[in-house]
Design a protein around this ligand. Structure first.
Ligand code: IPM
Ligand code: MG
Length: 355
């Protein structure tokens, strides 16, 4: 029987609670589809600072690179907010992404028609909306040198090389080929040199993908278009900081941030995580929504393990549970039949996983 080695980073806050539910569902789907999963846990974030003194122990990077894929919860919390930047949980996360080389961050914003009322946008504007945001994750202003702050002057540098833009561009064009063949590249080419290069490279690449319709828009207009008429988009590709901003906005098209998954892909490994954070305000109360993490586990089955059937069984189970009116607290205002805690939501999704 096929076995997959999965590295697990539970992290801080609600991280451990939601990861446990995703593992429950993974085990259920493995049984149905005849494969097995082995898990190994690693530390990152605040818990790593507490236990080892640093937010990203070397062992975590080695362990993740050695696994078939990594399932990640969330990191950070008030307790570590006052630490020097080099020691903060977020610095550990950025350094982790860079060291394991996950350059392509896929953030799907797919509306569950069962939960149309969860969005603040009108149901007819979002019904059947299915957008894939592709964010470059290990370059741009997040990592550019030089950078600094001496109290009088502070600066960061936005850099992209042709090579980096080509790499993320190819990924986005390939995704567009597997979907509706529409790719929108988002930049600020009316102001930034780095965006001019970005735009040039995307246009050159489009010659290799003649079936894909490529458009370019500026980041400010992109956000406006996203809330005006999200269904005009299929795949969106953009750089690190624009993607950070745009993907949060896209998540609100869908409604609850507790529903949204992500995949970070590289040449060596891939990391799957919910896009919400560690939610310290609700930690330990058993009310966190595990669906984003369970959906991330489905993406892991699809993109890293080649288990498409298992991935779609999980997605079907999530939809079935929502359709039958089961809700966690964050989505309980909308057509709820029964409100479940985190663990019961995991149980019921696992029980809906059937061939
Ligand atoms: C995200 C987060 C991170 C980012 C933070 C926590 C560093 O906002 O994954 O979107 O900016 O990349
Ligand atoms: Mg963000």
């Amino acid at each position: 029987m096929k076995n997959y080695n999965i590295s697990i980073i539970k992290g801080d806050g609600i991280g451990p609670e939601i990861i446990d539910e995703a593992i429950k569902v993974l085990d259920a789907v493995a049984k149905v589809c005849d494969f097995t999963m082995s898990y190994k846990e690693y530390l990152m974030g605040g818990i790593a600072i507490d236990e080892t003194g640093v937010p990203l122990p070397e062992e975590t990077v080695v362990g993740v690179l050695d696994s078939d894929a990594c399932l990640f919860g969330a990191i950070g919390g008030e307790k570590w907010d006052k630490l020097d930047r080099s020691l903060r949980p977020e610095t550990g996360l950025l350094s982790f992404r860079k060291q394991v080389g996950v350059y392509a961050n896929l953030r799907p914003a797919v509306v569950y028609n069962e939960l149309l009322n969860a969005s603040t946008l009108k149901p007819e504007v979002i019904k059947n909306c299915d957008i894939m945001v592709v964010r470059e994750l290990i370059g741009g202003i997040y990592f550019g040198e030089p950078r600094g702050n001496d109290g009088q002057k502070a600066f960061n540098t936005m850099v992209y090389t042709r090579e980096e833009v080509l790499r993320i561009g190819k990924k986005a064009f390939e995704l567009a080929m597997s979907r509706d063949k529409k790719l929108c590249s988002v930049d600020k080419a009316n102001v930034l040199d780095v965006s001019q290069l970005w735009r040039e490279v995307m246009s050159e690449l489009s010659k290799d993908y003649p079936e894909v319709e490529l458009t370019h828009i500026y980041i400010d207009n992109a956000l406006m278009q996203l809330v005006r008429n999200p269904k005009q988009f299929d795949v969106i590709v953009t750089g690190n900081i624009f993607g950070d901003i745009l993907s949060d906005a896209a998540s609100m098209v869908v409604g609850s941030i507790g529903l949204l998954a992500s995949a970070s892909l590289g040449d060596k490994t891939a990391v799957y995580e919910p896009i919400h954070g560690s939610a310290p305000d609700i930690t330990g109360q058993g009310i966190a929504n595990p669906i984003a993490t369970i959906q991330s586990a489905a993406m892991m089955l699809r993109h890293s393990l080649g288990e498409e059937k298992a991935a779609s069984l999980i997605e079907k189970a999530i939809k079935g549970v929502l359709k039958d009116g089961y809700r966690t607290k964050d989505i309980s205002l909308f057509d709820a039949k029964e409100i479940l805690n985190t663990s019961k939501m995991g149980d019921i999704i696992a029980s809906y996983v059937k061939k």
